[in-house]
Design a protein around this ligand. Structure first.
Ligand code: FDM
Ligand code: MG
Length: 216
């Protein structure tokens, strides 16, 4: 899609390991922005429903179907590409998007498998050129705080040992521009920090800050 100038919505992304509070915080932020008159939608990746790839990804995560590790990595990336035109359309129409997971999860979960030939550089390649988020909020939980949280669900990656490796992979991906929030604080404390930053980003995007591309 052609790059457009002018006012637009903001792309605000939440990343982090399972159980870090992403779902709670994405929905709180979307509601708060809405109550301040910002047009906003909540999205999440993988999109398991409205995509060609979503069904296969869902079966894989549920443990009903195995896949080659490179192939499933590429399906997760394709799932983002499938949605990328709609994502740009939404932003250019002035709608802000609060998004639960994106390409950073893609790299962190695949790189955490530590398979030969599937290093972070390999994992990043298929997502290069996707619309980049305007703000990445990383909800940070250390190993001990994560272990103290209530149990995981039964999905493929929801095991403490694997989550520790995902966390280490996220540490490698972290960029200076990320808003890193200590996820062991109260829900309200976390929300306040994120809302303040999100409002500034929404304002900059309204002023026409251009959309960047991953991993530019
Ligand atoms: N996940 C998510 C990946 O492995 N790659 C990706 O590109 C994305 C977006 O899928 F375990 C993993 C992360 C997590 C699962 O489920 C998504 P929830 O419901 O967001 O935790
Ligand atoms: Mg999960």
């Amino acid at each position: 899609m052609q790059q457009q100038q002018g006012p637009r919505g903001a792309f605000i992304l939440f990343e982090g390991v399972d159980r870090c509070g992403k779902s709670t915080q994405t929905s709180l932020l979307a509601k708060a922005l809405q109550s301040k008159g910002v047009a906003v939608e909540s999205w999440n990746f993988p999109d398991r429903k409205n995509t060609v790839t979503g069904h296969a990804i869902n079966e894989y995560l549920a443990g009903k179907q195995d896949h080659n590790d490179r192939a499933i990595h590429l399906l997760f990336s394709a799932n983002r590409w499938e949605k990328s035109d709609a994502l740009l359309r939404a932003l250019h129409s002035g709608t802000s998007l609060v998004v639960d997971r994106y390409a950073y999860s893609g790299v962190a979960y695949s790189a955490a498998k530590a398979l030969p030939g599937m290093d972070a550089a390999w994992c990043k390649a298929p997502d290069a050129g996707l619309p980049a988020p305007d703000l990445v909020v990383y909800l940070e939980l250390d190993n001990a705080a994560a272990a103290a949280r209530a149990g995981f669900g039964g999905e493929r990656y929801e095991k403490a040992e694997f989550q520790d490796r995902v966390r280490a992979a996220f540490q490698q991906l972290k960029e200076p521009s990320w808003l890193v929030v200590d996820a062991s604080q109260s829900v309200e404390q976390i929300h306040e920090q994120i809302l303040a930053e999100a409002l500034q980003v929404v304002r900059r995007c309204k002023e026409g800050q251009p959309i960047q591309q991953l991993w530019g």
